[in-house]
Design a protein around this ligand. Sequence first.
Ligand SMILES: [Zn+2]
Length: 752
Amino acid sequence: MTYQSSKSEQKNESWWNTRTQLEKVLFGATTIFASAFVFVSIAFLVNSNKSWIGNIKTAKSVIFESATPYVCMTSGCVKAASHIIESMDQTVNPCDDFYRFACGGWKETKYINDDQTGITEFGALRENLNRKMRALIEGPPKKDEPFYNDMMRLMYNQCMNQTNIETYQASPLIDDIIEMGGWPVVENHEWRQESFNWLDTIIKFRNKGFNHNILISVFVGPDFKNSTRHVPQVDQGSLGLPNRKYLLKGLNDSTVQAYYETMVDMAIALGAQNKTRVKQEMMDVILFETRLANSTIPMEERRNFTRLYNQMTIADLTKIAPWIDWQKLVKSIFLDEISKDEVFIVKVPSVISRVDEILSQTHPRIIANYLMFRMAFSALPQLGKKWRKLTEKYDKALTGKNGERPRWDTCMRRLYGTFGVPMSALYVRDHFDPESLEKAMEMVRYIHQEFVESLEKVDWMDHKTKMRAIEKAKGISTRIGYAKEILNDTKVAELFHGLVLKGSATFYQNVQALRKYWTDYDIKKLREPYDKNDWKKFSQAVTINAFYNSLENSIKFPAGILQGIFFDKNRPNYLNYGAIGYIIGHEITHGFDDRGRQFDKDGNNRNWWEKETDLKFQEKAQCIIDQYSNFHVLEDKNLKLNGVNTQGENIADNGGLKQAFLGYQKYVKDAGTEPGLPGLQYTPNQLFWISSANIWCAKLRLESLKLRIQTGVHSPPRFRVIGPMVNSPHFSETWKCPLGSPMNPTKKCTVW
Ligand SMILES: [Zn+2]
């Protein structure tokens, strides 16, 4: 993945149970659009003033081509140039700090609103997309729209209808709590311990559409060692906080403190009496969750797929975790018959044993308090304002933001998870330019070709491993735009077959119905083959992201990212190669990062590395780990990056930017030198680097940066520019950065 919003930001988008990525597939959708599109060809105007370009220090000598005498004056070029000029701070020496050089101006002019965790170019594009979608969804439906579009509009309108939400306040949640057996801290002496059984509560959660993967996770996923089928899987549960590290810091941490206070506030708001007792009971809950957090293994230890692949039957599970009634649990979670010989993939058996032990040692009242808190916490966004406000303190501690986004924006974001496919169809019909497919495809060809050729030249691989790597690289399949099936109402209808949403039901009830529906949908895949070409895997076109999928050995670029700052067919290609080209290279390289390399060309987790080359890879990856671990954010020099968790993305960034640059050199050889941009005295190659930095221009709250560093697999935006550039000889050559200058250190790391 190219971009991941921080967990808390995802929270909003996922409470409708973010459709497990109904992933995607497609190809050849271009034919759908026989409709004429006016192509504005780029008219290159000759600018006779040669000193126009090349008269500033940094642009004097460029290795790959001499400064071009042409300047492009089309509207596309003028628009692009203006954005670049605004983004840059040209008083900064590009060899000192290229990120500030390319994004310093951008940062100056941006202001983070109270309800925002930060501002990024990715975010700006997403906002733009949200506004387009708003017009489509709030606008009158077209004639004969399919039934699922009615459902989509119903959910949006119910979310927007705050008057109605205010009338029911928290009553549907209270009904659910009672149905689940009550929340002990609220009911105090009235709570009946003898009728409580944590497993029964988990099963009720599952049946009502609440998250059942709280203490342990039981789900259906593809089989990593045989990527043609699905298998039942068992893993550690999810925690209420985005990462175990928070809880392990304890109550001295401001986020944990706010989390604890939110628990107390919620219980009191729901009617709990005696604050001293409530605080004590919730303290027990925090201590319990901290024990659970302690039993899980950190992200750093979850990068080796072979170690996360342990086959076990119910009998085996019972042996390692005897307190849990596995038979009953799996019978209630899955919809298919599960025989006693069914083989489960257990990610980390020792974690399951530890959780089992904790459960056996914990008072049922504490477990019940915890489960009810988690359930209620997930329901707050569907309730009245007073209830939604209960999480404000926590959100502020976690991300720095204060207050709710505009309601339409919240409601729109919530739709993507469940109605992403119909939304994509609306978007593609109205906004997608089919001509961008062809041009993007051409870029993929150049960059992909470059990657394969660079593999041929790698000097640290033995012949056998290299041949397998080349075979895998050649086998990568590409999907650009969207699956044409999303425009086929009959096909899309299959996705929503059996879903019932009622206009007479509350927003809260319909959200639960949706959650239940999509949980069933995922669980039902158990006996279905894992089909790499399934159109549903490439059906979410309104996504501003790109993907590499190890199980498919495929790269995907949804329609949503083929626009704006990433891609524009009406501007010179050096800007496109720097932006979407960087992303294309990044996704290709993922197939060969520390995790992607654990899968073969067919998408199976299998070791195809000869021992000696394997060790060399590890050495090279370690160089990246160490290098990034020493990067710290500008705002706080004690806040260093997590080089282990981000290594895969960093390897992809380094390889991706390099392949994009070299791919562009090839393109120029074939297509000829491109003109420069008005008002910017830089060569095409220099503009390539500026463009590659501009996509990462960002201003983030310190809390949000911390959150990203603690929970994310991507480096913060600044380092997605600085990291690959300090390692790139091509960068230093383009900008003539002296060896030893900040952007051209003597020690460099390269994997691909
Ligand atoms: Zn990525």
